[in-house]
Design a protein around this ligand. Structure first.
Ligand SMILES: *[C@@H]1O[C@H](CO)[C@@H](O)[C@H](O)[C@H]1NC(C)=O
Ligand SMILES: *[C@@H]1O[C@H](CO)[C@@H](O)[C@H](O)[C@H]1NC(C)=O
Ligand SMILES: *[C@@H]1O[C@H](CO)[C@@H](O)[C@H](O)[C@H]1NC(C)=O
Ligand SMILES: *[C@@H]1O[C@H](CO)[C@@H](O)[C@H](O)[C@H]1NC(C)=O
Ligand SMILES: *[C@@H]1O[C@H](CO)[C@@H](O)[C@H](O)[C@H]1NC(C)=O
Length: 736
C-alpha cells in the first residue's frame, strides 16, 4: 500500500488503482471468500430467465448443490452480457475458470467516486446562460439519464417534476423502495430508482439508507448537475454563488442506480448490475462519476443499444498516464475551472492591503498577531506559540519536494491543532481552494510567494506584526477568464491503450454548485465534470434522436474549444503550469451549442467496437485479427509508436447542409509530416459520406516524445470540425 494515502481525497482513486487485487479492498468481510465476476460472453438467449437458469446450473455443478449455488450467487447479469457475480474461494474460482462455458473469472474490485471532497462545503460558481440549444432540445424533456452513483435525495428542489410531461411509455424501469424512500419518491423527474447492496462491504453500510436515498451526497450532486430542474435563488448559505441552479438538461428524466455506498465505494459487482438493469430499463445516457477501467464488457453492450456512456476520467493529475475509464466507446471527461475569483483581502498592521484567494464567509477578523511558521509541520509549530495567531506558512525550499495538495491538508490540521486563528498559505499558483473546506470557521488564505515575501519583510521590520482578513469577495464573470484544466484532472496517455487518445473532452469540474441533500454545495472533481457532459449529451439526443452514440461523441469532441473567451490558448494547471494539450483535455472544452451543429461526424458502427472488444481488449479468445485502436473511426488519432510512416483511415458523414465543400486544415505534430488525401471533400444529396487517409511520416530518425497536432475540416462558413492528434516517433524500444 505504498502509494495509498486514503486520507488525501485526490489520491484515493489512485490508491485502489495501483494496489494489486490481493492487497486491494475486498468485497467481502470473509477473507477466504471473495466476490468474482464470471464472464460467459455475449448474451446468447433472448429470455433472461433462461440465461439466469444457465448461470445457476453451472454454479450448482461446481458447488455440488442448488442450495449452495443460490447462497453464493450475488448477481446474475443478463442484459449487458451473460455472466454473474459470485462469492467463491480462490480454488473454486480457478475451477470455474476451467469450465468450457466460461470466458473469464476476475475478482470484483472496488473503485471510488471521483469527487475531490464530499460533505464539507463552500466555493463559488456561475450558472451558464441558457442557449438556443436548451430550447431546441425542449430542455432535454423525454431523454432518460441513468446515474450510477450513491443514490438521490428526492426532496431536493432540483428534482421537482414541475413542467415535466408524463413518464416516457418506453420506460421499463422500477422504483425499488426501501429505508426512507417510498413510492412517492419516484415522480415524473425521478422515474426509476434501484439499489444494490449485495456484495457491499459491511463497513460501507454503517448508517446507510438501505434504499436509493443518498447518504453521501455525491449522487444527488451529480444527478442535479446533469438534469436538475431550475431552482431560483440557490446559493451556498445565502452567501456565495447565488443564482439560478439548474442541470445541463433541466427536463431530462433521472433513473437512479445506487451502486456506491458509504464514503463512495463502488464494488464492480454492483456497478455491473446497475449497468445491466439500466440497459433493460431503457436509459438513453449513462453517467458514471466513478473510477476503474470502464467495465468494458457491460458498457460496450450499452453503447450497442444506443446508450451514450459518459465517465469521469479520474482525479490523479497532473501526473501523466493517470487517466481512467479509457475505452473507445465511452466519453471520458476531464475537469476544468470556471470563471471565478475568490479574492480575499489581507490588511497588514501598516494598512497595506494584499490580495489572496480564499472561501472565507465569516466576518472580518480583528487585527491578529502574525507568526511565521515556516513549513508549518507539527514540529516547527511546537517551537512557536501559534495559539490565537495568524500563521504564515512559507517554505520555498520544500516546494519542489512537496505537492501543495498533499501538504496543505496536513498544514491545516497542524495549525488547527496548534489552535491558530488563521492561516496564510504560500504556494505556487495552483487550484487548492477545495482543501480550505477543512478550515471551517477560521480564515485560511492562499497567497503566492511574492505576497509571502512582502509579509515576511513587514514582519521583520516592525516590532508587532499584525494582520486582519476580510470575507471573500463574490467575484465571478468575464474578468476571470477560464477555463484552465484543473490540476487534479487525470492526464493521458492511457496506460492501458496508448493508441487511444484520452481524455475525450473537458467540462467544468471545479467548485460546482449543485444539490446536496436539501441544500446546495460546491464540490470539485472529474465527478462534477462528467454529469455536465451527460446533460449536454441528453440535449443532443433530444435534438438528434437518430444519431448514434459515436456520432454524438464526435459532435462533442470536434466542436470543442481550445481557446478561452479572449482567444488565448487554454492552460493546464500543474507544476509547472503549461499550455494544455490533448492529453489534458482531449478535443478541448465542451461547447454545447456548437456540438448541436457539428457539420461532419466521425461515426462508428457498434459492431466495429465489438471487433475491438474481442480482439484488442482480449475479453474473448475467439479472435481473428488484432488491429491497433488508431484504425477505429474515432474523432482523434493517437500514434504511440511512429516507426517511419503510418497511414490511418477516417470516414466522415455530413450532418449539415446537404451541399457542402470541406477543406482540410492540417496542423502537423512538430517533426512529423502529415498528409490528408483527398484534402477537399464535396458532399451532395448522393454523397453524404467521404473517406480519406491521413499519412504520418517521421521527418527525422530520432527517438521522440509525444507531439501534438490537429486536423480540421473547414467549410468556409460556421463549421470547423477539428480532431486532436498525438504522435510519438520511436526508432528503438527504449524506456522513456
Ligand atoms: C469464512 O468462511 C469459512 C468457510 O465458510 C468459515 O469456515 C469461516 O469461519 C469464515 N470466517 C469468517 C471470519 O466468517
Ligand atoms: C466476439 O466473441 C464472441 C464470443 O465470446 C462471439 O460470440 C461474437 O460473435 C464475437 N463478436 C465479433 C463481432 O466478432
Ligand atoms: C419519500 O419517501 C419517504 C418515505 O415514504 C417519505 O417520508 C417522504 O416524504 C417522501 N418524499 C417525497 C418528496 O415524496
Ligand atoms: C500562547 O499564546 C496565548 C495567547 O497569546 C497565551 O494565552 C498562552 O499562554 C501562550 N502559551 C505559551 C506556552 O506561551
Ligand atoms: C454528388 O457528387 C458526386 C461526386 O462527388 C457526383 O458523382 C454526383 O453526381 C453528385 N450528385 C449530385 C446529385 O449532384
Amino acid at each position: 500500500m505504498a502509494f495509498c494515502l486514503p486520507s488525501l481525497p485526490f489520491l484515493v482513486a489512485a490508491c485502489f488503482f495501483l494496489v494489486t487485487p490481493s492487497s486491494g479492498k475486498e468485497s467481502t468481510t470473509n477473507a477466504s471468500f471473495m466476490v468474482y465476476i464470471v464472464y460467459m460472453g455475449e448474451k446468447r438467449h433472448d429470455d433472461p430467465a433462461v440465461v439466469t437458469a444457465s448461470h445457476h446450473s453451472l454454479l450448482s455443478s461446481l458447488l455440488g448443490s442448488k442450495e449452495d449455488a443460490a447462497a453464493s450467487m450475488v448477481y446474475s447479469y443478463r442484459h449487458a452480457f451473460s455472466g454473474f457475480a459470485v462469492r467463491l474461494t480462490e480454488s473454486q474460482a480457478k475451477e470455474l475458470q476451467e469450465s468450457p462455458e466460461v470466458v473469464s473469472v476476475k475478482r470484483s474490485r472496488t473503485h471510488r467516486v471521483h469527487t475531490s471532497r464530499s460533505w464539507d462545503f463552500l466555493g463559488l460558481t456561475q450558472s451558464k446562460p441558457p442557449s438556443g440549444l436548451l430550447k431546441d432540445a425542449n430542455y432535454g424533456d423525454g431523454v432518460i439519464i441513468g446515474v450510477v452513483d450513491t443514490g438521490i435525495w428526492p426532496e431536493s428542489r432540483s428534482f421537482s417534476d414541475e413542467g415535466h410531461g408524463p413518464v416516457p411509455s418506453r420506460w421499463k424501469g422500477k422504483c425499488k423502495t426501501g429505508h426512507a424512500f417510498g413510492p412517492s419518491n419516484c415522480t415524473r423527474k425521478i422515474i426509476g430508482a434501484r439499489w444494490y447492496v449485495k456484495g457491499v462491504d459491511k463497513e460501507d453500510l454503517k448508517g446507510e439508507y438501505l434504499s436509493p436515498r443518498d447518504l453521501n451526497g455525491h449522487g444527488t450532486h451529480t444527478a442535479s448537475t446533469a438534469a436538475g430542474n431550475f431552482v431560483e435563488g440557490a446559493s451556498f448559505r445565502g452567501r456565495l454563488g447565488a443564482g439560478t441552479a439548474r442541470g445541463g438538461a433541466p427536463r431530462a428524466r433521472l433513473a437512479v442506480y445506487k451502486a456506491c455506498w458509504g464514503p463512495g465505494n463502488c464494488p464492480e459487482a454492483t456497478v455491473l448490475k446497475a449497468i445491466d438493469d439500466a440497459i433493460h430499463d431503457g436509459v438513453d445516457v449513462l453517467s458514471l462519476s466513478l473510477g476503474g477501467e470502464g467495465h468494458p464488457s457491460a458498457t460496450i453492450r450499452a453503447v450497442a443499444r444506443g446508450i451514450n456512456v459518459v465517465f469521469s476520467g479520474g482525479n490523479d493529475g497532473p501526473a501523466p498516464q493517470t487517466i481512467e475509464n479509457a475505452l473507445p466507446w465511452v466519453v471520458t471527461v476531464a475537469a476544468t475551472t470556471i470563471d471565478r475569483s475568490f479574492a480575499t483581502d489581507i490588511t497588514l498592521g501598516n494598512k497595506q492591503i494584499l490580495v489572496g484567494q480564499s472561501i472565507y464567509i465569516g466576518s472580518q477578523t480583528d487585527l491578529t498577531e502574525l507568526v511565521n511558521g515556516g513549513s508549518c509541520d507539527a514540529e516547527t509549530l511546537k517551537t512557536i506559540n501559534a495559539t490565537k495567531q495568524l500563521v504564515l506558512c512559507y517554505s520555498p525550499s520544500t516546494a519542489s519536494s512537496t505537492l501543495p495538495r498533499v501538504d496543505l491538508p496536513q498544514v491545516i490540521s497542524n495549525i488547527k491543532e496548534a489552535e491558530a486563528s488563521g492561516l496564510l498559505y504560500a504556494q505556487y499558483s495552483i487550484d487548492l481552494l477545495d482543501f480550505l473546506y477543512d478550515c471551517k470557521a477560521i480564515p485560511c488564505v492562499l497567497i503566492d510567494y511574492r505576497i509571502a515575501n512582502v509579509i515576511v519583510d513587514y514582519g521583520t521590520t516592525s516590532s508587532t506584526a499584525e494582520a486582519k482578513v476580510s470575507p471573500t469577495r463574490n467575484a465571478i464573470g468575464s474578468t476571470v477568464l477560464s477555463p484552465k484544466v484543473a490540476a487534479f484532472s487525470s492526464r493521458g496517455p492511457s496506460p492501458v491503450y496508448p493508441d487511444l487518445l484520452k481524455p475525450d473532452i473537458a467540462a467544468p469540474g471545479v467548485a460546482i454548485l449543485a444539490a446536496f441533500q436539501e441544500t446546495y454545495m460546491f464540490l470539485s472533481g472529474t465527478s462534477m465534470a462528467c454529469p455536465h457532459v451527460s446533460g449536454v449529451v441528453a440535449l443532443l439526443k433530444a435534438v438528434h434522436p437518430d444519431w448514434s452514440p459515436a456520432a454524438i461523441k464526435s459532435a462533442i469532441v470536434t466542436t470543442a474549444s481550445v481557446t478561452d473567451g479572449f482567444g488565448l490558448t487554454v492552460e493546464a494547471e500543474g507544476v509547472p503550469r503549461k499550455i494544455a494539450d490533448p492529453f489534458d483535455y482531449g478535443g478541448g472544452q465542451i461547447v454545447p451549442t456548437r456540438a448541436a451543429d457539428p457539420g461532419l461526424v466521425y461515426d462508428i458502427d457498434s459492431k466495429d467496437y465489438l471487433d475491438y472488444l474481442n480482439c484488442t481488449l482480449g475479453v474473448s479468445d475467439s479472435c481473428k485479427t488484432t488491429k491497433p485502436l488508431y484504425f477505429l473511426n474515432l474523432p482523434s488519432i493517437a500514434i504511440p509508436e511512429l516507426k517511419t510512416s503510418l497511414t490511418v483511415w477516417r470516414t466522415v458523414t455530413n450532418v449539415g447542409e446537404v451541399e457542402a465543400v470541406y477543406r482540410a486544415d492540417i496542423q502537423a505534430p512538430p517533426g512529423i509530416d502529415m498528409n490528408v488525401e483527398p484534402s477537399v471533400l464535396e458532399f451532395n444529396a448522393t454523397q453524404r459520406v467521404h473517406s480519406f487517409t491521413v499519412r504520418f511520416l517521421a521527418r527525422q530518425r530520432m527517438q521522440g516524445s509525444y507531439r501534438f497536432g490537429s486536423l480540421t475540416w473547414l467549410d468556409g462558413g460556421q463549421h470547423a470540425v477539428r480532431i486532436p492528434i498525438a504522435a510519438r516517433v520511436v526508432i528503438q524500444d527504449l524506456y522513456f
